[in-house]
Design a protein. Sequence first.
Length: 111
Amino acid sequence: MIVTTTPSVQGKRITRYLGLVTGEAILGANIFRDMFAAVRDIVGGRSAAYERELGRAREIALEDMEEWAEELGANAIVGVDIDYESFGQTNGMMMVSISGTAVHVEDDSSD
C-alpha cells in the first residue's frame, strides 16, 4: 500500500477515487510514566515514554486506515493528514487520528 501526504503519486496515475478513509488510536498514559515525564519536563529533555506511546498510536491508526482502504479495493492512500490530541480530565489520554483518500493507481503510461 502506497501512503503519501501528497495529492498524487509520482509515476502513477489515479484511476479511481474510492473515498475517505480514517484510522484512530486512543491510548491512556500510565501514571508512573506521567510522573517521570513531569520530572523530565522540569529538568528538560525528551520524554522517551511518551514518544514511544505516540509512535505506537500512530502505527495503530495507520494500520486501521490501510485496512479500510484495502477493503475498498485501494492500492494507495493520498492526501494523508495526521493529527495528535490530548484530552481527559488531566490530559491523560492521547489520540492520534489519520485520514486520507483511498485510491487505485496504475503506472503512468506517459512516462
